[in-house]
Design a protein around this ligand. Structure first.
Ligand code: BGC
Length: 452
């Protein structure tokens, strides 16, 4: 029985974080400010007015964090680089001290036998670039490639897996269309432009990597499968729109060199005709796709839901996490099969997967009992294994997140960590889920069939 859930040989097990969510010390050592600092210091933008000023203080406690990963037996660590630490103005001069921080982190990981996976952009755009239009300015493709090149030249070799962007959909949808995330714009006309420039920047960075790097580069997307709430033509069409908007909008251009047709229906006049030449830039050959999976959406037609005209229907008998996301492991399998069939079975890493649940206080001997998170993890790993058995080329799994952290506009209220962080003392305590995951990693998945 146990043998059946052994994952492929060389399957990479680890955890993930991102810079602004954990580091703190935003302006230390010559770093420039980023848009999240401006956003969190604008009243009313985050739950409880929380900021990432201190976060998990990882900028100063990174050695301790890497040591804990090692104790837990982690094989890989996906983290992101803060652009404005490395280039305070977003372009031009490099801040050696900022670059050194990541260089030392990489060395420390390697010393402990942990493979670093680096994401170049996880939402914390330098303010200096936002002031020039940010993702709305077409020049950002070159700014991003120049920044990426600094990292490639400094770290390629020690780092062998690079991701350009984390979740471009969230940047465009949260940052430019609905405004819930930095830079907080709410503009139908801006969102398509932001999307297109994100994809151009991705392409330009991959192109640059091929001239200076020797290992692997990919893109990280969040995908959420959409299932129709009923069999009516209206609900099925809404589901198709929602799927095109959230899923195919990013992977179609990257793999097929075009946007899904539904985009014009969704955005109307706000959807421009793009120059054909842009697609040659966007459609670079990738070494892998990073797939972040959290939930699904059961979708119904809803003319009032701007602009996609589709909304989510809550399920009566389902379990929901603290972020109101349905626990639906089958969606992970289904989406992996969709990637396999639509895009020719590219190598995939699960670059994020996890859940926020209410955690009881830290109990005696530092234990945190989080059975719901263990259940979520176990079911999703079994669903992942199912996809691998069906021939999907999955190379690794990074649990979100290594530790509790700053959950963007939700502040510190939602805890996704395998490791508990006490935000008063900054003490780290591995939750039961961390110990559980540690056993899964050590057995390459065989322990998934144990009762607990
Ligand atoms: C993001 C993370 C975030 C997580 C949970 C993903 O969309 O990449 O930064 O913390 O979801 O919301």
């Amino acid at each position: 029985m146990a043998k059946e859930t052994l994952f492929p040989e060389n399957f990479l097990w680890g955890t993930a974080t991102s810079a602004y969510q954990i580091e703190g010390s935003p302006l230390a050592d010559g770093a420039g400010p980023n848009i999240w600092e401006r956003f969190v210091h604008t009243p009313g933008m985050t739950s409880g007015g929380d900021t990432g000023d201190v976060a998990c203080d990882h900028y100063r406690r990174w050695r301790e964090d890497v040591a804990l990963m090692k104790r837990l037996g982690m094989q890989a660590y996906r983290f992101s680089v803060s652009w404005s630490r490395v280039m305070p103005e977003g372009r031009g001069p490099v801040n050696g001290k900022g670059l050194d921080f990541y260089s030392r982190l990489v060395d420390e990981l390697l010393t402990h036998g942990i493979t670093p996976m680096v994401t170049l952009f996880h939402w914390d755009l330098p303010i200096a670039l936002d002031d020039r239009g940010g993702w709305l300015n077409p020049d950002i493709a070159h700014w991003f490639a120049d920044y990426a090149e600094v990292l490639f030249k400094a770290l390629d070799g020690r780092v062998q897996q690079w991701a350009t962007l984390n979740e471009p959909w969230v940047v465009a949808d949260g940052g430019y269309l609905h405004g819930a995330l930095a830079p907080g714009h709410r503009n139908l006309y801006e969102a398509p432009i932001a999307t297109h420039n994100l994809l151009r920047a991705h392409g330009a960075a991959v192109q640059r990597y091929r001239s200076v790097g020797r290992h692997q580069v990919g893109l990280v997307v969040n995908l959420e499968p959409k299932y129709p709430a009923s069999d009516t033509a209206a609900d099925r069409a809404a589901t198709q729109r929602a799927h095109a908007y959230m899923n195919a909008q990013y992977l179609d251009p990257v793999f097929l060199g075009r946007y899904p047709e539904e985009m014009r229906d969704i955005f109307g006049n706000a959807w421009p005709d793009w120059p054909e030449a842009d697609f040659a830039l966007i459609r670079q050959k990738l070494d892998f796709i990073g797939f972040n999976y959290y939930t699904r959406s059961v979708t119904r037609d809803d003319p009032s839901a701007w602009p996609v005209r589709a909304s989510r229907v809550m399920q009566k008998l389902a379990t929901y996490t603290e972020t109101s996301w349905e626990v639906f492991p089958q969606g992970l399998t289904d989406t992996l099969l969709w990637i396999r069939d639509r895009y020719g079975n590219p190598p995939v890493y699960i670059t994020e997967n996890g859940s926020a649940f209410y955690d009881p206080p830290v109990a005696e001997e530092g234990r945190v009992h989080d059975p719901l998170r263990i259940g979520y993890l176990r079911k999703h790993l079994l669903a992942l294994h199912e996809a691998i058995r069906a021939g999907v080329d999955v190379r690794g799994y990074m649990a979100w997140s290594f530790m509790d952290n700053f959950e963007w506009s939700l502040g510190f209220a939602k805890r996704f960590g395998l490791v508990h962080v006490n935000y008063g003392t900054l003490e780290r305590s591995p939750k039961d889920s961390a110990l559980y995951y540690s056993r899964v990693v050590a057995s390459n998945g065989a322990s998934l069939h144990e009762e607990n």
